[in-house]
Design a protein. Structure first.
Length: 355
């Protein structure tokens, strides 16, 4: 009878937990980033707590103010500038000042024979076909922007609400981090060494993924934006942000942005600009990824590059931009769970000691 009662109670806990998760799902992004920022800035909070002689409320409040000043406010300003630049770039496309068909023709005319044969094989060598596809894409983009313009008030309200939820949650996650951590550890039905292995892996992956990937993206996006601005290429902030986004993908990286731009510059007789962009992209932007990613990401997560790439792409496809964190974390937890399970079956604890 006790087993039946335990199973029934476990079922009730699962159902209630699922209902609670469903209730919080509209704010999952705010909760996710509030938790991630709290994990990253817990060391800062602890130092403030020692400096303020154990006053938790004040230490958490000061930590939140610092986070707003160095993280949230700059990101908000960049987002506003990016929106203005994106609207300006779209207007240039609509007016014909930016003509993708003309750009494609310029590149197409200087390509060697094998390259044009390859384009023909993939069905993109016809300028008329390219123009038709681009026109259809612009029409679809116009419809999307018009739809978003109608919902801009609601979108702004949702953004403000989510930002408030994230900051509000962040305060309490920092203030009560010791208590919350203990309650979560006590609730997980694993042995002490397994819990230690799991939670340490989770924290390491969060810090390595966010700090490493965000730092790499920030550096590559900034460098890309600066070189685009120096070379007089339009919308440098927009291109820099897009480059930063693609730099989140190991093995693909920011080259998917700067290399086509360099080819276009060479094809449009801007030879020195194209050469400078290729040299800068290869020797500066590329080296940032090649040297920093193994140090900041791979070394801590101990995951192969192909696992990081696949989990990042899968996470972004499933969860949107939040997936660049969620994907690698799920992959790391998957590896950690199977390592612990294998070690347990072999009679070895997660820390390598024999039972």
């Amino acid at each position: 009878m006790r087993t039946v009662e335990q199973n029934a109670f476990l079922l009730i806990i699962i159902l209630i937990s699922l209902a609670f998760a469903w209730l919080l799902w509209p704010f999952y992004g705010a909760i996710l980033w509030g938790t991630i920022i709290a994990i990253l800035f817990v060391p800062l909070y602890r130092r403030l707590l020692r400096s303020l002689k154990g006053r938790r409320n004040l230490a958490a409040f000061v930590a939140v103010l610092i986070i707003i000043a160095i993280v949230i406010l700059p990101m908000t300003l960049i987002g506003a500038s990016l929106t203005q630049e994106a609207i300006s770039f779209y207007a240039k496309v609509q007016s014909g000042e930016v003509d993708f068909v003309r750009s494609f023709r310029q590149v197409h005319d200087v390509l060697p024979g094998w390259a044009t044969d390859l384009l023909t094989y993939f069905g993109v060598a016809s300028l008329g076909g390219v123009q038709e596809k681009l026109s259809a894409g612009l029409v679809a983009g116009s419809q999307y922007i018009a739809t978003q313009a109608l919902n801009i008030g609601q979108s702004t309200f949702d953004l403000i609400v989510n930002l408030f939820v994230m900051i509000y949650l962040l305060f309490f996650l920092l203030r009560d981090e010791a208590t919350l951590s203990k309650r979560i550890r006590d609730a997980v039905p694993l042995r002490a060494e397994q819990k230690q292995d799991f939670f340490s892996k989770f924290t390491v992956v969060i810090r390595a993924t966010v700090k490493g990937n965000m730092l790499i993206a920030l550096l590559q996006g900034t460098l890309g934006g600066l070189i685009f601005w120096f070379l007089g290429i339009g919308a440098p902030l927009l291109l820099g942000v897009v480059m930063a986004f693609f730099s989140l993908l190991p093995g693909i990286g920011a080259g998917i942005i700067w290399l086509p731009v360099a080819i276009y510059l060479l094809a449009s007789a801007a030879v020195w600009q194209g050469v400078v962009l290729i040299a800068f992209g290869s020797l500066v932007i590329g080296l940032v990824d090649n040297f920093l990613r193994p140090i900041l990401v791979g070394k801590d997560t101990k995951m192969p590059d192909y696992v990081v790439l696949i989990s990042t792409l899968g996470g972004i496809a499933t969860f949107g931009l939040n997936g660049f964190v969620v994907g690698p974390v799920i992959a790391a937890m998957f590896i950690a769970a199977w390592d612990i399970f294998t070690a347990s079956r072999q009679g070895v604890d997660g820390d390598g000691t024999v039972r």
